[in-house]
Write a protein that binds this ligand. Structure first.
Ligand code: ATP
Ligand code: MG
Length: 626
């Protein structure tokens, strides 16, 4: 496969890109960095033994055939959400476009809160989005906890080279000594410990001699640095905890800011892409990798170092995805699930990828969305409608059409014989004749939408009312003759007569001109099914934020919880009448229900012959103003 290195400019590309979501990738600053690096051959000298390793282990390996390496590094402490989809599309997308590899790495160095359930769901979600970490004989699925031995050795190296020390202050003392944005920190009284003492203490920390919190290992950098992250950051702490993979083997665990750069370097990552809040950590990222890669001459004249292969990975930050009408924080998502505001992690209303999948969103829709929103360093809030538009666009192209009557009312064709029935033909997709046609059985009694009849029509109403004619799509023109009502005056059936010469697809079809065009399902052949109409989970663009008009009022009582903004109508369960072809819809099959929107056969509760449908998205945006 040849790899394109130049792309059309960003303007317009998003809006003209119809067929394939990734057909016209627009450039952005990270693609520019990658292209510049590749053109300069910056990473061409790296060696790769097929698995992660330190410099000595990679030294004799062949040159890395991957032109770049990126990674998606989730912490397995929750389900992936729409924000993660942006990061996945970016990291895997870059590898795909430039002949690289993207690793799936579980950042599981923190022994708390991590669980195999989350690991499995993350694997499923990335696969569902259509990406793979496996290529050739490379698996590239890693667990940061597999690197603990290297991390400990590297920490000891920092001690030996005078770049780390054991601090025995309390957590409060350490915090107080760190200073503030305007005040420098002060040195810990333990900062001048000898190498030997530091090494001895650190080994005893590892051996389990000390209780949690009694000692920590800190990098020795500069307590007066204007960047607080460089004021001797913690790199190891004691935690007597069981890790979900390494069990009780370790009782010291690395801090994320120490572990992450090392994970990247061991995996030969070239571009380590993260969200903006890590920008202030970049100096430490670079400091740490440089201390491990450089050669240091010790007092006894011996040389140590060269632990990591050069060139070292580079950290690049981009702005995270913020979306209106949802919350994208694991803490809030957990609260929604645990307090029962939704039915679980895969509730179709949640902005989790398992939820979206159940909702009927398509992976291609997410990829298209990721292309459209682009990548930048400025914080932005994306309108949820943009994601819905992308989903609509993809579903419009790919979803076969079917008929569903969501609010059924009987239509009786009084001049159609009781024992007669016939077949009508409907295309599966109006723009894709190659998808073929299907048969709609037609008979004397049909279901139509309740809103398609008005006994006393409002001005401009074109559908059925006594005396008016309308077309039953794919079948005949009918003339409404009246209706039947129950004792309370509710309409129970609409009566009409059909015009036999007007059948669709016959020469007489155009002989009678009508303005209304209705969908219908045969009462004898259709079937009733549960349909769930999902809408946005929150009723306002910024859940939990103060409303503009409230700012005028008194300050008391303005404290809002995001839960106060839940949309009370985010789910409506109805019984619809569906055309017979839908009876055997396989789980996860997506359809356009004509005039209604895009629906999917629920993958959890559908049964063979008895599908349950979820509405993914309506045909048009019903939320935008005007
Ligand atoms: P949360 O803040 O919801 O807990 P997180 O950042 O802690 O998310 P991780 O599992 O650490 O979750 O994230 C894995 C990757 O996904 C990280 O590289 C992170 O930068 C990226 N990511 C997380 N949230 C977003 C977002 N909203 N937009 C873009 N990327 C994101
Ligand atoms: Mg995180």
């Amino acid at each position: 496969m040849t790899q394109p290195t130049h792309f059309p400019p960003a303007q317009g590309a998003a809006h003209d890109a119809p067929a394939s979501p990734t057909a016209h990738p627009a450039s952005h600053f990270i693609r520019t960095i990658v292209e510049t690096d590749l053109a300069a051959g910056k990473f061409a000298t790296r060696r790769w033994r097929g698995t992660p390793g330190a410099a000595a282990e990679q030294a004799t390996a062949p040159l890395d055939t991957a032109r770049l390496r990126t990674r998606f590094p989730p912490e397995p402490n929750g389900y992936l959400h729409f924000g993660h989809a942006k990061s996945i599309c970016l990291n895997f997308g870059l590898a795909e476009q430039y002949g690289g590899r993207c690793h799936l790495r579980f950042d599981d160095t923190n022994p708390a809160k991590e669980d195999q359930e989350y690991v499995d769901s993350i694997i499923d979600a990335v696969r569902w989005l259509g990406f793979s970490w496996e290529q050739g004989d490379e698996t590239n699925l890693y667990h940061a906890s597999d690197y603990f031995a290297w991390m400990l050795a590297f920490a000891e190296h920092l001690i030996v080279t005078g770049n780390a020390y054991v601090d025995s202050q309390s957590a409060d003392e350490i915090r107080a000594g760190r200073g503030t944005l305007t005040q420098p920190g002060v040195d810990s009284p333990f900062r001048t410990r000898s190498r030997e003492e530091n090494l001895d203490l650190f080994r005893r920390m590892q051996a389990g001699e000390f209780a949690d919190g009694t000692h920590v290992l800190r990098a020795k950098i500069d307590m007066a640095s204007p960047n607080i992250n460089l004021r001797d950051p913690l790199i190891y702490r004691i935690r007597h905890a069981t890790h979900h993979r390494s069990g009780d083997r370790y009782c010291v665990y690395p801090l994320y800011t120490f572990a992450h750069p090392i994970e990247d370097a061991l995996e030969n990552i070239t571009h380590s892409i993260c969200t903006l809040e890590f920008e202030d950590q970049r100096p430490f990222y670079d400091w740490l990798l440089e201390r491990l890669a450089e050669t240091t001459t010790l007092a006894d004249g011996s040389n140590v170092g060269g632990l990591l292969q050069r060139p070292l990975p580079q950290q690049i930050e981009f702005s995270r995805l913020n979306l209106t009408y949802v919350v994208l924080s694991k803490r809030k998502l957990i609260q929604l699930v645990e307090e029962g505001h939704v039915d679980g992690w895969d509730d179709p209303r949640l902005p989790t990828l398992v939820g979206a999948r159940r909702r009927g969103y398509s992976p291609e829709g997410f990829r298209l969305f990721a292309e459209r929103i682009g990548v930048s360093k400025s914080d932005s809030l994306i309108d949820f409608a943009l994601l819905e538009d992308c989903q609509r666009e993809v579903l419009n192209e790919s979803a076969e059409r079917r008929i569903a009557v969501l609010d059924p009312l009987k239509l009786i064709i009084t001049n159609y014989p009781e024992d007669q029935s016939e077949e009508c033909s409907a295309p599966n997709h109006p723009q894709q004749p190659e998808l073929g046609t299907r048969t709609l059985p037609f008979g004397r009694e049909l279901w139509i939408e309740r809103e398609d009849f008005m006994e006393v029509p409002v001005k401009g109403y074109r559908r059925l009312f006594p005396g008016n004619q309308a077309r039953l799509r794919y079948a005949y023109v009918v003339r409404c003759t009246g209706c039947e009502k129950d004792a309370d005056g509710n309409v129970t059936a609409v009566l009409c007569e059909y015009l036999p010469e007007t059948k669709s697809g016959t020469p007489g079809a155009d002989s009678v001109k009508v303005k209304g065009n209705l969908h219908w399902v045969s009462a004898a052949d259709g079937f009733a099914a549960e349909v769930r109409l999902y809408d946005r989970l929150f009723a306002v663009p910024a859940p939990g934020a103060r409303r503009v008009d409230e700012n005028a009022g008194d300050a008391e009582g303005l404290e809002r919880s995001f839960l106060d903004d839940l949309n009370p109508n985010s789910r409506q369960t109805i019984t619809a009448q569906l055309e017979p072809a839908l009876r055997d819809a396989p789980a996860e099959a997506r359809f356009q229900f004509e005039r209604h929107g895009y629906f999917v056969a629920d993958r959890v509760v559908s049964r063979p012959g008895a599908p349950v449908f979820n509405r993914a998205v309506t045909l048009k945006d019903s939320w935008s103003k005007g």
